[in-house]
Structure formats: C-alpha cells, structure tokens
Design a protein around this ligand. Structure first.
Ligand SMILES: Cc1ncc(COP(=O)(O)O)c(C=O)c1O
Length: 413
C-alpha cells in the first residue's frame, strides 16, 4: 500500500496551523466536520467573484453558475460511483433525508413497516419515525452492547414481508462500527424493500461504490470530507424519477433538479468539486493512473490503510488509561470493521470535563451523544453526559495521537 505524503496533505489545510495558547491545534473533531484544503476556500471565493448569479440566465455569470452545478454533480458522482443525474445536493443530510422520507411516505400506507437501527445517528431515524403519523410502523434493530456492532440476527427478525425500507448507517459516527451495507441491502431487497444508507460518517474514511452496494439511496455530507457545509444524496435514477418531490410549480421537472428545491448553494458546490479534486490529486500522488474515479478510489483506499495504523496506536494507548471505559470494537483483527472514531468515558470525570480539559490543551474532541441518541440511550450513558468522542482524519498524525494519550493519562490519574 503506498504511503500518504503527510507533509503535502497537511500543507493543503491552512486551519491545521492554528494554535491554542502555546499548544498546536489538534483536530480530532472530524466526525463533526473536517477542515478544508486551501483550494476549497479559493474555489468558493472564485465563484463569488467571477460566477455569482442565479441559474439559466442569458449572461456570462449565470452560464458559469450552471457550469459550476454541472461540475459538482459530476465530481460527486465520481466519488460515489454513479451518474451525475443520480446526485442530489441539499443543505445537509438531515434535510435531504426528511425530503426523501416525505416523498417515499407518499407511496406508503397504514401498516407498512420501516426498519431503523439503534446504532444510527438520529438523521437516519427521525425522518422515518415522522412517517408514523401516516400509520407506518417503525421497528428498531438492536446492537450487541459488548462491541457496539449491529445485531444481524435481530435485524433479520425486524425485516418482515411488510418492510418497505431499511435505513442503515454505513458507519457509526459515535463508535466507528462499519456495517455490511451490501448485505443489509440484499436483506432489504429480498422482501422488496428499499435500502437507505447513511454514509455521512463513513465517507471520509473509505471508498464508496453505490453500484456494488446496490443501495437505493446513499446520503452523505461533504463537510465531513473536506468540503463546505452541504449535503449530498445518491438515488437510483428509477426512484428519483418515479417518486414525487414537494416542489414549486415553475421549478424543473427533471431529475436531479426537481429534488434541489429553491436556489442552490452554488459557492458550496464549487467547494465540493475542489475538495473532490483534492482527494483525486491525493490518489494520483499515491500512483493512481486513469480517470478521476480511479484516483478517488486509490485515495480513499490509501487513507483507509493509513487510518488503520493510527487506530492501532490510539486504541492500544486508550486501553492503558486508568479508569477508562471503551465503547466499540477494540480487537486489532477486527479493525477493518471500524473507522478511526472512538468513544470513551473515564471514571471520575464527565465527558464534558474531559473535552474541556483537552480543548484547553489544543485538542478538539466532542462530548455528549452527537445525535446518536438511540445508541447513548442503549448504552445507558445518555443521562450522564454521553461519551467523549475522539475522531481521527487522514490529516492527523501519530504524534498527535501520542499527545492526546499523554493528556488523557494526566487527567485520568
Ligand atoms: C452518521 C451521521 N449521519 C447523519 C448526520 C447528519 O448530517 P447533516 O449534519 O449533514 O445533516 C451526521 C452528522 O453528524 C452523522 O454523523
């Protein structure tokens, strides 16, 4: 596996040079949103200087805006492995998923069932629970609390001949567990149900191939993979053309435009293209030849391998910290089943106190439930501050992991 050029990578992200007092800033808050390369900032500025207009006008800046939108769809399609008209952009994954649940709900009737999981972020739960007011029954698949993996037997029990949709996370934004989304999609299709994959947490950590998964929908959030604050959704063309969105009458009737209601975030889309170009260049630097899709697959595979190295150091170190409770997969032989996102608690300190202490030392982590509410409730930590989440990205280093472990070692004793 080719090595990542960490010096080049870090030089691309101006935010990484920040300090907190005398401490270098260490960004372990990636699952909440990642930093952006300089070219993303430049692309946004460039759009606002040279292309700022609404769409489909008879003048230059409007034509450039149309081109910006077309390029962003093509770039996202290369990242996910689909066609550009199967990509829908929106403000964020949550809003896109509510829009899609409203549209899918139009096809459902009383007694139809939807399966969600207890591992998931609420953005892939609440939009489906909202359909309960139409008489839809929502069933939740359980987890194995020992290692925070999905209980596949329970999932199989929850899927019935009445199931119309299975909502599944690609990876948990709290404990990093990666689900076998291709298998879950197969289980959904076996009863004629759709699969709706939440890839928000997984997207910055590995390659995605929606055709290989065969999912019907896959949602992600570019701001978690080095782009601006936006959401993006893949939908199989047959669904995006069949389902009826709630839209204004003069808006386009063709897909994907009819799903992108109102004026779009053009500068955000310029930034998304630039972030994907950054990843493609990273892939080329690892030796990839061929088109942008091939470069992106190479980039994400190399990132995955690099991050697995960091996970080993991080988890081995955490398990040595006195009084630490670790939630999730901890055996090195199972690390292919997790992202570099871990959640812990340390006896005698609330997760908030830990995050605050680390923050004062320039180390940015999250505390609470990060909207993975069903999980924190299932683990019994919701009423006592949730967990401390440490989320690594490919721009993090082994030295930063060591600094985190040293800081936790100090507060734990
Ligand atoms: C796994 C997961 N799903 C969904 C979301 C919601 O994404 P958005 O903020 O784009 O609505 C998040 C955000 O943290 C997430 O981590």
């Amino acid at each position: 596996m080719p090595a990542l050029d960490l010096a080049w990578i870090r030089s691309q992200f101006p935010a990484l040079a920040q300090t907190v007092g005398s401490h270098p800033a260490i960004f372990f808050d990636g699952p909440g949103g990642t930093q952006v390369p300089q070219r993303v900032i430049d692309a946004i500025s460039d759009y606002l200087i040279h292309s700022n207009a609404n769409t489909h006008g008879a003048f230059a800046t409007s034509a450039r805006s149309d081109a910006t939108i077309t390029e962003a769809h093509a770039a996202m399609a290369d990242l996910l492995g689909c066609d550009p008209d199967e990509i829908v952009f929106g403000p964020n994954m949550t809003t896109l998923t509510f829009a899609m649940s409203r549209a899918i709900g139009r096809e459902l009737s009383t007694g139809d069932e939807i399966v969600v999981t207890r591992l998931d972020h609420d953005a892939n739960v609440a939009p489906w629970r909202a359909l309960e007011e139409r008489g839809v029954v929502v069933r939740a698949a359980d987890i194995d609390v020992e290692d925070c993996t999905l209980d596949m037997n329970d999932l199989a029990r929850q899927i019935t001949p009445r199931t119309k949709l299975v909502a599944i996370g690609y990876a948990s934004n709290a404990v990093g567990t990666i689900n076998d989304v291709a298998e879950v999609t197969r289980m959904a299709h076996a009863v004629g149900a759709l699969s709706y994959v939440d890839a928000v947490h997984y997207a910055p950590h590995g390659p995605i191939d929606v055709r290989a998964i065969d999912c019907d929908f896959l949602a992600c959030s570019p701001y978690k993979f080095f782009a601006p604050h936006m959401g993006a959704l893949y939908g199989k063309r047959e669904h995006l053309t069949r389902l009826q969105p709630y839209k204004v009458r003069p808006a386009a009737t063709q897909t994907p435009d009819r799903w992108e209601t109102g004026t779009k975030n053009h500068e955000g889309m310029a930034g998304v293209t630039a972030a994907i170009e950054y990843l493609a260049e990273l892939g080329q630097k690892t030796g990839a030849t061929g088109d942008r899709r091939a470069a992106l697959l190479a980039a994400m595979t190399t990132i995955q391998a690099y991050e697995r190295g960091l996970i080993k150091t991080l988890i081995a170190g955490l398990l040595e910290v006195p009084g630490l409770t670790f939630y999730g997969i901890r055996e090195p032989e199972c690390f292919a089943q997790r992202t570099p996102t871990v959640s812990v608690r340390i006896e005698g300190h609330t997760p908030r106190e830990l995050a605050k202490y680390l923050g004062e030392h320039g180390i940015f982590t999250w505390d609470g439930n990060y909207y993975a509410l069903s999980l924190t409730e299932r683990l019994g930590v919701e009423d006592s501050g949730g967990m401390l989440r440490i989320g690594l990205a490919h721009y993090n280093t082994a030295a930063e992991v060591d600094m985190l472990l040293a800081a936790l070692g100090e507060i734990a004793v």
